[in-house]
Write a protein of this length. Structure first.
Length: 204
């Protein structure tokens, strides 16, 4: 389990371009000679990310292999693409809020998501993974490895945001992280951590 798992990140900008090419107006256009070979070699299992390794090597300096992610990254979006996507996302989220309020006239508008919500999400997830919230009479279902991962993620968040938080945000983050680690220590102290005996030697 020492190998880093490999993931494939799908470039949704490419998928959007492929969807637009399926429109009747786009089908009327004659395909260019450069696009024909790409269509012939397209995988049949669905859209996949194609990364131009030569361009990536020219535009970015060689990174240390220890810091390289375990998956291929698509080209970073431009500032214009990010801005347009953010506007489209906000408009779609607003339409969703309007639909929810139309179905529930008494419902209030969704409050804006803050850093506090992010920390709270980590906290709730870790506590549930450690068995909190189990109904009375039921056996707690503990995912101690998942809880450790969630707590470690929260620790990474604290490390990467150091110096960029308000005093209140930093206090909340450090308090939550402390409480989760304490709960983890109490839970693991009740788990039998004895090393299992080695397997018997094989008979020759």
């Amino acid at each position: 389990m020492s190998e880093t798992p490999k993931f494939t990140v799908i470039d949704r900008r490419k998928m959007k371009a492929e969807e637009e090419s399926e429109n009747p107006s786009a089908q009327a256009a004659e395909p260019t000679p450069e696009a024909a070979p790409a269509a012939e070699h397209a995988p049949s299992a669905g859209p996949r990310l194609v990364v131009n390794e030569a361009k990536a090597a020219e535009s970015e300096p060689a990174a240390d292999s220890a810091e390289a992610p375990g998956f291929d990254l698509p080209p970073a979006p431009t500032s214009q693409e990010s801005h347009e996507q953010k506007q489209a996302y906000d408009a779609s989220a607003q339409r969703l809020d309007d639909l929810i309020r139309a179905q529930n006239p008494g419902a209030e508008a969704q409050p804006p998501i803050t850093f506090e919500h992010l920390v709270q999400q980590f906290y709730v997830s870790a506590m549930i993974q450690m068995g909190a919230g189990t109904q009375e009479g039921q056996k707690p279902r503990v995912d101690i490895v998942g809880a450790r991962t969630t707590i470690d993620l929260l620790g990474i968040l604290a490390e990467k945001t150091r110096g960029n938080l308000t005093a209140t945000e930093d206090q909340m983050l450090q308090t939550v992280l402390f409480e989760l680690r304490m709960a983890f220590l109490e839970l693991t102290s009740m788990i039998n951590l004895k090393t299992p005996p080695p397997p018997p030697p094989e008979k020759i």
